[in-house]
Design a protein around this ligand. Sequence first.
Ligand code: HEC
Length: 122
Amino acid sequence: MNNLSTSPHSSFLLRFFGMSVFVGLLFCAKPVYAENEQLKKLMLTNNCLACHQIDKRKYGPQFDEIPAKYINDASAVAKLAAKIKAGGTGVWGEDYMPPQPQVSDANAITMAELIMALKPAK
Ligand code: HEC
């Protein structure tokens, strides 16, 4: 005999409980997770990961520290999108970000929007 037929009741409860936790997690985790996944994918395909991570300082600033710096700047997305393509230095220190001409205008704007939508670093 298998477990199912010896204790159908507890097995049902277990599954029901497991399902609720799963669905619950899905609901709270989804928005942030989905955005980060999109951003991570773009970082990978546009060669940003060499210098940046979302939640850790690498050669360049960690991305979740960026929104706080531009919180009162209505043109932040446009500025960051331009900087992503042109590169530059002096905002986060002495290090220099080289131009990233491989990034399309659309991807630069999308990435700037996703960065500005990140939850602030803890
Ligand atoms: C060779 C290393 C390197 C690469 C590759 C790189 N970055 Fe940077 N990034 C930096 C450095 C260094 C800074 C800090 C520049 C400064 O202080 O002005 C920076 C700053 C930034 C900033 C903040 C700009 C500001 O003025 O506040 C954004 C946004 C950014 N990078 C996005 C990207 C994206 C998106 C990519 C991929 C397309 C990318 N970076 C690729 C090194 C890099």
